[in-house]
Design a protein around this ligand. Structure first.
Ligand code: IDP
Ligand code: MG
Length: 133
């Protein structure tokens, strides 16, 4: 069964939408495998967002993701990596389809409420970083 890494970002925790986000995954029939609440270290943030290390927004991204508690999760289900990205919506909430998590709760491209793995390889890497390291 496929697994993916999903994380409610500090803005989502602050807005108190963790419950609504969990409900959307549960309504799709997916199973929650791991969950946690923590404020992540700069070291973990940099590893998680390693692929973006040369982008001009990297420092702001690391500051934002370490600015308060996050809610990382592992979810399991058939084709969940792709389906979760559908539930989440486009990176920029203004471009996200109506009814997606980012369209409903996101406020800007940097404050977009939630992370979801984009591939099998990254799902494994991110699950390992947050839950098995
Ligand atoms: P994703 O979260 O939809 O997979 P990525 O391109 O992997 O989007 O970017 C990771 C995160 O970096 C985004 O969720 C967003 O918070 C932030 N980000 C991406 N592009 C920009 C940008 O152009 N400006 C500011 N932040 C950005
Ligand atoms: Mg990404």
């Amino acid at each position: 069964m496929e697994q993916t890494f999903i994380m409610v970002k500090p803005d989502g925790v602050e807005q108190a939408v963790i419950g609504q986000i969990i409900s959307r995954f549960e309504a799709k029939g997916y199973q929650l495998v791991h969950a946690s609440v923590l404020t992540i270290s700069e070291e973990l943030a940099k590893k998680h967002y390693e692929a973006h290390k040369d982008r001009d927004f990297f420092d702001d991204l690391v500051s934002f993701i370490t600015s308060g508690p996050v809610f990382p999760m592992v979810w399991q289900g058939e084709n969940i990596i792709e389906e979760a990205r559908e539930l989440i919506g486009a990176t920029n909430p203004k471009e996200a389809k109506a009814g997606t998590i980012r369209a409903d709760f996101g406020t800007s491209i940097s404050n977009n409420v939630i992370h979801g793995s984009d591939s099998k390889e990254n799902a494994i890497r991110e699950i390992d970083l947050f839950f098995h390291s």
